[in-house]
Design a protein around this ligand. Sequence first.
Ligand SMILES: N[C@@H](CCC(=O)N[C@@H](CS)C(=O)NCC(=O)O)C(=O)O
Length: 229
Amino acid sequence: MIKFYYHPSPNPAKVALFLEETGIEYEMVPVDTRKGEQHEPEFLKINPNAKTPAIVDTDTGATVFDSTAILLYLADKSGQFQLPSDPAAKGQALSWLMFIATGIGPYSGQAVHFKHFAPGNNDYAINRYDFEAKRHWGLIEAHLAEHQYMAGNEYGLVDIALWGWCGPVPFVMADDNAWSQFPNIKRLFDEINERPAAKRAAELKTRHQFKSDMDDAARQAMFPHTKTA
Ligand SMILES: N[C@@H](CCC(=O)N[C@@H](CS)C(=O)NCC(=O)O)C(=O)O
């Protein structure tokens, strides 16, 4: 059984979709990051990086943190959504998987931070992260203009990883019409949203009352460099 340390945000969403797609038995453990629960000593033993998602595999005793590591671990454990064995296809799948982990996630996250949450004048940071977020999403868009799925001819692990970050695209771009720039990503996002597993993954957030206010306490929990006392 998998204990799934979850908050309703993009990186945990990837893992929620994987778990729902595969039917692996799991228990959702809420980690309310706006209440600072990611800094609790018990959670830090599982993820020293103080972020969601993380898992504990009670069958093996393994703990895994970081969404992409978790996806690869669970693909291996379940034998489902594994990377292709053909070296050329595997190379492409790994490349796009890591591009999402190291590019799409961090640049989108920083764009959100500076556009929506950081205090003061942040024109330079907004310009940089907006540019980089759009550049990264633009590469995915160009890839999906030529390919139905992110890697190979069928829905797979890389599509699951991408789905987690698709929901916030308009918020990342601070543009309600953002999808008009990315029609091929929207096509894949819509297709995945129709999957029963995606509907269940999206509903996971309703199983716990997570704090929604981004008040001073939440800012200090999530942006510890702003801590005043
Ligand atoms: N590289 C990590 C990033 C994890 C991450 O940034 N998680 C966010 C939610 S999407 C979080 O828990 N934020 C709370 C905080 O920063 O305090 C992953 O892919 O899992």
